[in-house]
Ligand binder design. Structure first.
Ligand code: 3HC
Length: 281
């Protein structure tokens, strides 16, 4: 299958990695060639980890990289796609614009999927003339490691589109879970209030970030504490998701903590910016 991935950030490069690794021809699209080059470097390094652990061979690493082409022009990048997975910035206006352009340039039969973490698939689909072929394909970071794909059905998503994406997710070695379209789906509707509450604990002086994380790691057997996880996801991404939950579901329990807003305003975005609840090299 020809798979095009839009956006070469953390999620985009992980998604390109897993599709290429399972034998698909992948075109990775971003506006900026330097971001594409950086993404290929990250994919190479992550494949290198798998080689070191003897999960794949050096030949498979080379073959996987060889299946990934890059493109800075969106229309050209989707022109031969059977499936497009959009993993651009979490912004509803931007996504609607990208889907409109993809709808114009992709083959008629192509499925247009979004890796959005909280924006309505129904709303994204309405920007196209093929809402029955639009679906949410929500991966989790780090994509090569996490086995879940939350498959989100918009109001008009057809059974045929759902079935293709479900099967494809299984072929990638993932476990697809069917979810209907609602703000934050299941994953972030459940996860983000916990992250936000952890930020409120620090904001209100209940405990330090380290203490909150230790409580949740050792007391609840989470692999990462919620604030380490927030840094890992990106504090800007967490804030954007909470804003969607708060606006769409209209309840105070989703109100983003003022400390989270302040940190994002200061450019403390977590691991990717070097500073979040913790400092990174
Ligand atoms: N690519 C390939 N392999 C990777 C990798 C990557 N990017 N990152 C880690 N790995 C591999 C390692 O090589 C190692 O492999 P092994 O099992 O064969 O030894 C394995 O993953 C574990 O990695 P490490 O030993 O380096 O470190 P940890 O044991 O601490 O695990 C972790 C790291 C897998 C990230 C673990 O801490 C974890 O599961 N954290 C929680 C992650 C999580 O919750 N993600 C979801 C975020 S929410 C989201 O993405 C949705 C969005 O909408 C917000």
């Amino acid at each position: 299958m020809n798979v095009t991935v839009i956006g070469a950030g953390t999620m985009g490069n992980g998604i390109a990695h897993v599709f290429a690794q399972s034998g698909h021809a992948v075109t990775l699209v971003d506006l900026d060639q330097s971001r594409l080059d950086a993404a290929l470097g990250t994919i190479d390094a992550n494949l290198g980890r798998q080689v070191k652990k003897e999960r794949i061979t050096a030949e498979q690493q080379e073959a996987t990289l060889g299946r990934i082409a890059t493109q800075t022009d969106l229309a050209r990048g989707v022109s031969e796609a059977d499936l497009v997975v959009e993993a651009a910035t979490e912004d509803a206006t931007l996504k609607a614009k990208i889907f409109e352009q993809m709808d114009d340039a992709a083959p008629e039969a192509a499925i247009l999927a979004s890796n959005t973490s909280s924006i309505s698939i129904t709303q994204i689909a309405a920007a196209t003339r093929r809402p029955d072929q639009v679906i949410g394909m929500h991966f989790f970071n780090p994509v090569p490691v996490m086995t879940l794909v939350e498959v989100v059905r918009g109001l008009a998503t057809s059974d045929a589109t759902y079935e293709t994406v479900r099967q494809l997710s299984e072929d990638l070695g993932k476990v697809p879970v069917e979810v209907n379209d609602a703000a934050g789906f299941v994953s972030n509707r459940v996860l983000m209030p916990m992250v936000n509450e952890a930020v409120f604990c620090v904001h209100e002086g209940v405990a330090t970030a380290e203490a909150v994380d230790t409580v949740m790691k050792l007391g609840m057997a989470h692999p990462m504490g919620p604030l380490t996880l927030a840094d890992f996801i990106g504090l800007d991404v967490c804030l954007a998701i909470l804003e969607v939950l708060h606006r769409e579901l209209g309840e105070d329990k989703y109100r983003p903590c003022p400390l989270l807003r302040k940190m994002v305003a200061a450019g403390y975005l977590g691991r990717k910016s070097g500073q979040g609840f913790y400092t990174y090299d």
